[in-house]
Design a protein around this ligand. Structure first.
Ligand code: SF4
Length: 334
Protein backbone atom coordinates (compact mmCIF):
# COMPACT_ATOMS: atom_id res chain seq x y z
CA UNK A 1 0.00 0.00 0.00
CA UNK A 2 1.31 3.47 -0.79
CA UNK A 3 1.95 6.01 1.96
CA UNK A 4 0.65 9.54 2.35
CA UNK A 5 3.62 11.14 0.54
CA UNK A 6 3.08 8.93 -2.51
CA UNK A 7 -0.70 9.49 -2.38
CA UNK A 8 -0.14 13.27 -2.38
CA UNK A 9 2.20 12.94 -5.36
CA UNK A 10 -0.47 10.95 -7.22
CA UNK A 11 -3.28 13.34 -6.31
CA UNK A 12 -3.45 15.20 -9.62
CA UNK A 13 -3.51 12.00 -11.61
CA UNK A 14 -5.96 10.11 -9.37
CA UNK A 15 -8.15 13.02 -8.26
CA UNK A 16 -8.26 11.76 -4.67
CA UNK A 17 -5.97 10.48 -1.92
CA UNK A 18 -5.60 6.83 -2.79
CA UNK A 19 -5.01 5.51 0.73
CA UNK A 20 -6.37 2.40 2.35
CA UNK A 21 -9.03 2.96 5.01
CA UNK A 22 -9.32 0.48 7.88
CA UNK A 23 -12.47 -1.52 7.03
CA UNK A 24 -13.27 -1.69 10.77
CA UNK A 25 -13.28 2.11 11.12
CA UNK A 26 -16.64 3.63 12.00
CA UNK A 27 -16.63 6.17 9.18
CA UNK A 28 -19.67 8.06 10.43
CA UNK A 29 -18.14 8.58 13.89
CA UNK A 30 -14.72 9.45 12.41
CA UNK A 31 -16.20 12.04 10.03
CA UNK A 32 -18.32 13.57 12.80
CA UNK A 33 -15.20 13.90 14.94
CA UNK A 34 -13.25 15.54 12.12
CA UNK A 35 -16.10 18.01 11.60
CA UNK A 36 -15.90 19.06 15.26
CA UNK A 37 -12.09 19.17 15.45
CA UNK A 38 -11.69 21.23 12.29
CA UNK A 39 -14.85 23.38 12.45
CA UNK A 40 -15.77 21.91 9.07
CA UNK A 41 -19.17 21.85 7.40
CA UNK A 42 -20.27 19.22 4.87
CA UNK A 43 -22.52 20.53 2.10
CA UNK A 44 -24.04 17.72 0.05
CA UNK A 45 -26.04 17.74 -3.15
CA UNK A 46 -29.23 15.69 -3.39
CA UNK A 47 -27.55 13.46 -5.98
CA UNK A 48 -24.95 12.11 -3.53
CA UNK A 49 -25.02 8.58 -2.10
CA UNK A 50 -27.58 8.32 0.70
CA UNK A 51 -24.95 7.69 3.40
CA UNK A 52 -23.18 10.93 2.43
CA UNK A 53 -26.50 12.80 2.49
CA UNK A 54 -27.13 11.41 5.99
CA UNK A 55 -23.88 12.76 7.42
CA UNK A 56 -24.09 16.17 5.72
CA UNK A 57 -24.78 19.37 7.66
CA UNK A 58 -26.80 20.68 4.78
CA UNK A 59 -28.38 18.89 1.82
CA UNK A 60 -29.77 20.84 -1.07
CA UNK A 61 -29.86 21.76 -4.72
CA UNK A 62 -27.49 24.22 -6.37
CA UNK A 63 -29.27 27.34 -5.11
CA UNK A 64 -29.55 26.13 -1.52
CA UNK A 65 -25.92 24.99 -1.53
CA UNK A 66 -24.68 28.35 -2.87
CA UNK A 67 -26.78 30.21 -0.29
CA UNK A 68 -25.42 28.02 2.50
CA UNK A 69 -21.84 28.42 1.26
CA UNK A 70 -22.32 32.21 1.27
CA UNK A 71 -23.32 32.34 4.93
CA UNK A 72 -21.36 29.61 6.70
CA UNK A 73 -18.95 30.49 9.51
CA UNK A 74 -17.13 27.15 9.29
CA UNK A 75 -13.37 27.26 8.64
CA UNK A 76 -13.47 24.40 6.14
CA UNK A 77 -16.18 23.72 3.57
CA UNK A 78 -16.30 20.11 2.45
CA UNK A 79 -18.29 19.92 -0.75
CA UNK A 80 -19.91 16.55 -1.39
CA UNK A 81 -20.91 17.33 -4.93
CA UNK A 82 -19.11 18.11 -8.18
CA UNK A 83 -16.27 20.43 -9.11
CA UNK A 84 -18.23 23.49 -10.30
CA UNK A 85 -20.15 23.52 -6.98
CA UNK A 86 -16.92 23.53 -4.97
CA UNK A 87 -15.59 26.32 -7.23
CA UNK A 88 -18.73 28.36 -6.52
CA UNK A 89 -18.22 27.85 -2.78
CA UNK A 90 -14.58 28.96 -3.15
CA UNK A 91 -15.61 32.10 -5.06
CA UNK A 92 -17.99 32.96 -2.24
CA UNK A 93 -15.38 32.17 0.44
CA UNK A 94 -11.93 32.98 -0.96
CA UNK A 95 -10.27 32.88 2.46
CA UNK A 96 -11.72 29.50 3.45
CA UNK A 97 -10.42 26.07 2.61
CA UNK A 98 -12.78 24.24 0.23
CA UNK A 99 -12.36 20.48 -0.09
CA UNK A 100 -13.83 18.11 -2.67
CA UNK A 101 -13.49 14.34 -1.98
CA UNK A 102 -12.64 13.62 -5.63
CA UNK A 103 -11.37 16.34 -7.99
CA UNK A 104 -12.49 14.24 -10.96
CA UNK A 105 -16.13 14.66 -9.93
CA UNK A 106 -16.84 16.89 -12.91
CA UNK A 107 -20.02 17.58 -14.87
CA UNK A 108 -20.82 16.79 -18.49
CA UNK A 109 -22.96 19.92 -18.70
CA UNK A 110 -20.16 22.20 -17.46
CA UNK A 111 -17.74 20.42 -19.83
CA UNK A 112 -20.10 21.02 -22.77
CA UNK A 113 -19.27 24.73 -22.67
CA UNK A 114 -15.50 25.31 -22.81
CA UNK A 115 -14.72 28.94 -21.92
CA UNK A 116 -12.44 29.73 -24.92
CA UNK A 117 -15.06 28.48 -27.40
CA UNK A 118 -17.83 30.33 -25.58
CA UNK A 119 -15.73 33.54 -25.68
CA UNK A 120 -15.75 33.45 -29.50
CA UNK A 121 -19.48 32.63 -29.53
CA UNK A 122 -20.22 35.57 -27.23
CA UNK A 123 -18.30 37.96 -29.48
CA UNK A 124 -20.95 37.36 -32.15
CA UNK A 125 -23.60 38.83 -29.84
CA UNK A 126 -22.03 41.96 -28.36
CA UNK A 127 -25.38 43.46 -27.22
CA UNK A 128 -26.50 40.38 -25.31
CA UNK A 129 -26.26 39.79 -21.59
CA UNK A 130 -25.13 36.33 -20.58
CA UNK A 131 -27.18 34.26 -18.17
CA UNK A 132 -25.42 31.03 -17.23
CA UNK A 133 -26.81 28.10 -15.36
CA UNK A 134 -24.66 27.62 -12.26
CA UNK A 135 -23.58 24.24 -13.70
CA UNK A 136 -20.62 25.79 -15.50
CA UNK A 137 -16.94 26.31 -14.87
CA UNK A 138 -15.43 29.22 -12.95
CA UNK A 139 -13.92 30.39 -16.26
CA UNK A 140 -17.39 30.59 -17.82
CA UNK A 141 -18.66 32.53 -14.81
CA UNK A 142 -16.06 35.23 -15.59
CA UNK A 143 -17.95 35.80 -18.88
CA UNK A 144 -21.40 35.68 -17.28
CA UNK A 145 -23.56 38.61 -16.19
CA UNK A 146 -26.00 36.67 -13.99
CA UNK A 147 -25.93 33.06 -12.85
CA UNK A 148 -29.08 31.05 -12.27
CA UNK A 149 -30.21 27.70 -10.95
CA UNK A 150 -33.28 25.73 -11.94
CA UNK A 151 -35.04 27.12 -8.84
CA UNK A 152 -34.54 30.80 -9.66
CA UNK A 153 -34.03 30.79 -13.45
CA UNK A 154 -37.43 32.22 -14.27
CA UNK A 155 -37.00 35.07 -11.75
CA UNK A 156 -33.55 35.83 -13.16
CA UNK A 157 -34.84 36.01 -16.75
CA UNK A 158 -37.85 38.11 -15.65
CA UNK A 159 -35.50 40.57 -13.90
CA UNK A 160 -33.87 41.47 -17.23
CA UNK A 161 -35.55 44.30 -19.23
CA UNK A 162 -37.67 42.90 -22.05
CA UNK A 163 -35.77 44.71 -24.78
CA UNK A 164 -32.45 43.32 -23.57
CA UNK A 165 -31.34 40.30 -25.65
CA UNK A 166 -29.99 37.30 -23.74
CA UNK A 167 -27.55 34.46 -24.33
CA UNK A 168 -28.42 31.45 -22.16
CA UNK A 169 -25.69 28.87 -21.45
CA UNK A 170 -24.85 26.06 -21.16
CA UNK A 171 -28.01 23.90 -20.97
CA UNK A 172 -30.15 23.98 -24.12
CA UNK A 173 -32.98 22.01 -22.50
CA UNK A 174 -33.34 24.34 -19.53
CA UNK A 175 -32.95 27.27 -21.95
CA UNK A 176 -35.74 25.98 -24.21
CA UNK A 177 -37.97 25.37 -21.18
CA UNK A 178 -37.35 28.95 -20.00
CA UNK A 179 -38.15 30.33 -23.44
CA UNK A 180 -41.51 28.66 -23.11
CA UNK A 181 -42.26 29.71 -19.52
CA UNK A 182 -41.01 33.31 -19.82
CA UNK A 183 -41.97 33.95 -23.46
CA UNK A 184 -38.47 35.34 -24.09
CA UNK A 185 -36.45 34.43 -27.18
CA UNK A 186 -32.87 33.69 -26.17
CA UNK A 187 -29.72 32.62 -27.96
CA UNK A 188 -29.04 29.14 -26.55
CA UNK A 189 -25.71 27.43 -26.15
CA UNK A 190 -25.95 23.83 -27.33
CA UNK A 191 -25.00 22.00 -24.12
CA UNK A 192 -26.72 19.28 -22.11
CA UNK A 193 -26.44 16.97 -19.13
CA UNK A 194 -25.59 13.34 -19.87
CA UNK A 195 -27.98 12.17 -17.13
CA UNK A 196 -31.08 14.19 -17.96
CA UNK A 197 -30.73 13.87 -21.72
CA UNK A 198 -31.02 10.10 -21.88
CA UNK A 199 -34.32 9.38 -20.20
CA UNK A 200 -36.38 7.11 -22.43
CA UNK A 201 -39.86 8.46 -23.12
CA UNK A 202 -40.89 5.05 -24.45
CA UNK A 203 -39.83 3.22 -21.27
CA UNK A 204 -41.36 5.92 -19.08
CA UNK A 205 -44.69 5.56 -20.88
CA UNK A 206 -44.50 1.79 -20.26
CA UNK A 207 -43.85 2.49 -16.58
CA UNK A 208 -46.87 4.79 -16.52
CA UNK A 209 -48.99 1.93 -17.93
CA UNK A 210 -47.71 -0.37 -15.14
CA UNK A 211 -48.35 2.31 -12.50
CA UNK A 212 -51.34 4.31 -13.77
CA UNK A 213 -51.69 6.31 -10.54
CA UNK A 214 -48.08 7.50 -10.58
CA UNK A 215 -47.39 11.18 -11.32
CA UNK A 216 -44.45 11.90 -13.61
CA UNK A 217 -42.15 14.59 -12.20
CA UNK A 218 -39.14 15.90 -14.14
CA UNK A 219 -36.20 18.27 -13.90
CA UNK A 220 -36.09 20.99 -16.60
CA UNK A 221 -32.70 19.68 -17.80
CA UNK A 222 -34.72 16.85 -19.41
CA UNK A 223 -35.66 17.04 -23.07
CA UNK A 224 -38.81 18.95 -24.11
CA UNK A 225 -40.72 15.83 -25.22
CA UNK A 226 -40.45 14.49 -21.68
CA UNK A 227 -41.32 17.78 -19.99
CA UNK A 228 -44.44 18.00 -22.14
CA UNK A 229 -45.87 14.80 -20.64
CA UNK A 230 -44.81 15.55 -17.04
CA UNK A 231 -47.25 16.37 -14.27
CA UNK A 232 -44.73 18.63 -12.54
CA UNK A 233 -41.47 20.21 -13.76
CA UNK A 234 -39.04 21.80 -11.33
CA UNK A 235 -35.68 21.89 -9.59
CA UNK A 236 -34.73 19.01 -7.31
CA UNK A 237 -36.02 21.02 -4.30
CA UNK A 238 -39.26 21.69 -6.12
CA UNK A 239 -39.70 18.00 -7.01
CA UNK A 240 -39.08 17.05 -3.38
CA UNK A 241 -41.62 19.64 -2.17
CA UNK A 242 -44.17 18.45 -4.72
CA UNK A 243 -43.93 14.83 -3.54
CA UNK A 244 -44.26 15.91 0.11
CA UNK A 245 -47.31 18.09 -0.46
CA UNK A 246 -49.04 16.07 -3.14
CA UNK A 247 -52.18 14.07 -2.36
CA UNK A 248 -50.83 11.35 -4.71
CA UNK A 249 -48.84 8.37 -3.44
CA UNK A 250 -46.77 7.22 -6.43
CA UNK A 251 -44.25 9.12 -8.52
CA UNK A 252 -42.00 8.43 -11.50
CA UNK A 253 -38.92 10.57 -10.89
CA UNK A 254 -37.09 11.88 -13.97
CA UNK A 255 -33.93 13.27 -12.46
CA UNK A 256 -30.85 11.74 -10.84
CA UNK A 257 -32.23 9.06 -8.47
CA UNK A 258 -30.16 10.24 -5.46
CA UNK A 259 -33.04 12.61 -4.63
CA UNK A 260 -35.31 9.62 -3.98
CA UNK A 261 -33.52 9.09 -0.64
CA UNK A 262 -34.89 12.42 0.65
CA UNK A 263 -38.30 11.79 -0.94
CA UNK A 264 -38.59 8.45 0.86
CA UNK A 265 -37.46 9.99 4.15
CA UNK A 266 -40.02 12.80 3.84
CA UNK A 267 -42.87 10.55 2.67
CA UNK A 268 -42.20 7.00 3.91
CA UNK A 269 -45.60 5.75 2.81
CA UNK A 270 -45.26 6.92 -0.78
CA UNK A 271 -43.62 5.00 -3.64
CA UNK A 272 -41.01 6.35 -6.02
CA UNK A 273 -39.91 4.83 -9.33
CA UNK A 274 -36.69 6.09 -10.92
CA UNK A 275 -37.32 7.00 -14.56
CA UNK A 276 -35.40 4.60 -16.84
CA UNK A 277 -32.79 5.78 -19.35
CA UNK A 278 -32.40 4.66 -22.96
CA UNK A 279 -29.54 2.29 -22.04
CA UNK A 280 -29.94 -1.06 -20.24
CA UNK A 281 -29.75 0.37 -16.71
CA UNK A 282 -32.88 0.54 -14.57
CA UNK A 283 -32.06 4.01 -13.28
CA UNK A 284 -29.88 6.88 -14.30
CA UNK A 285 -27.15 7.77 -11.83
CA UNK A 286 -24.72 10.63 -12.42
CA UNK A 287 -21.28 9.00 -12.66
CA UNK A 288 -19.62 12.25 -11.57
CA UNK A 289 -21.68 12.70 -8.42
CA UNK A 290 -21.20 9.06 -7.53
CA UNK A 291 -17.39 9.33 -7.60
CA UNK A 292 -17.59 10.64 -4.04
CA UNK A 293 -17.61 7.90 -1.40
CA UNK A 294 -17.60 7.85 2.40
CA UNK A 295 -13.96 6.69 2.34
CA UNK A 296 -12.89 9.58 0.09
CA UNK A 297 -14.90 12.00 2.22
CA UNK A 298 -13.14 10.77 5.37
CA UNK A 299 -9.68 10.91 3.79
CA UNK A 300 -10.15 14.38 2.37
CA UNK A 301 -11.29 15.71 5.75
CA UNK A 302 -8.46 13.99 7.60
CA UNK A 303 -5.68 15.23 5.31
CA UNK A 304 -7.45 18.38 4.00
CA UNK A 305 -6.86 17.27 0.44
CA UNK A 306 -7.83 17.55 -2.38
CA UNK A 307 -8.44 21.26 -2.06
CA UNK A 308 -10.20 23.38 -4.70
CA UNK A 309 -8.28 26.59 -5.39
CA UNK A 310 -8.86 29.42 -7.86
CA UNK A 311 -6.70 32.25 -9.18
CA UNK A 312 -7.60 35.57 -7.57
CA UNK A 313 -8.48 37.19 -10.92
CA UNK A 314 -10.95 34.35 -11.68
CA UNK A 315 -12.59 34.97 -8.30
CA UNK A 316 -12.65 38.74 -8.89
CA UNK A 317 -14.20 38.41 -12.36
CA UNK A 318 -16.48 35.45 -11.66
CA UNK A 319 -18.04 36.29 -8.33
CA UNK A 320 -20.28 39.14 -9.51
CA UNK A 321 -22.65 36.87 -11.44
CA UNK A 322 -23.20 34.69 -8.35
CA UNK A 323 -23.77 37.72 -6.10
CA UNK A 324 -26.33 39.09 -8.58
CA UNK A 325 -28.13 35.73 -8.59
CA UNK A 326 -28.21 35.61 -4.77
CA UNK A 327 -29.52 39.19 -4.60
CA UNK A 328 -32.35 38.53 -7.08
CA UNK A 329 -33.22 35.25 -5.31
CA UNK A 330 -33.35 36.99 -1.92
CA UNK A 331 -35.64 39.70 -3.32
CA UNK A 332 -37.90 36.98 -4.78
CA UNK A 333 -38.00 35.25 -1.38
CA UNK A 334 -36.25 32.13 -2.70
S1 SF4 B 1 -26.47 15.26 -13.12
FE1 SF4 B 1 -25.82 16.25 -15.06
S2 SF4 B 1 -25.70 18.44 -14.54
FE2 SF4 B 1 -25.70 17.30 -12.59
S3 SF4 B 1 -23.52 16.97 -12.12
FE3 SF4 B 1 -24.22 15.14 -13.23
S4 SF4 B 1 -23.68 15.59 -15.38
FE4 SF4 B 1 -23.64 17.56 -14.28
Amino acid sequence: MQGLTQAKENLDQKGFLDLEVDPMLDLVAAIEQLKREKNAIILAHYYQESEIQDIADYIGDSLGLAQKAATTDADIIVFAGVHFMAETAKMLNPSKKVLLPDLKAGCSLADSCPAPVFKKFKEKYPDHVVVSYINCTAALKTMTDICCTSTNAQHIIDSIPEDQPIIFAPDKNLGAYLQKTTGREMVLWNGSCMVHEIFSKEKIVKLQVQHPKAKLIAHPECEAHLLEISDHVGSTSSLLKYTKESEFDEFIVATEPGIIHQMEKASPNKTFYPAPPTNTCACNECPHMKLNTMEKLYLCMKHELPEVTLEQDIIDQGRGCIDRMLEISAKAGL
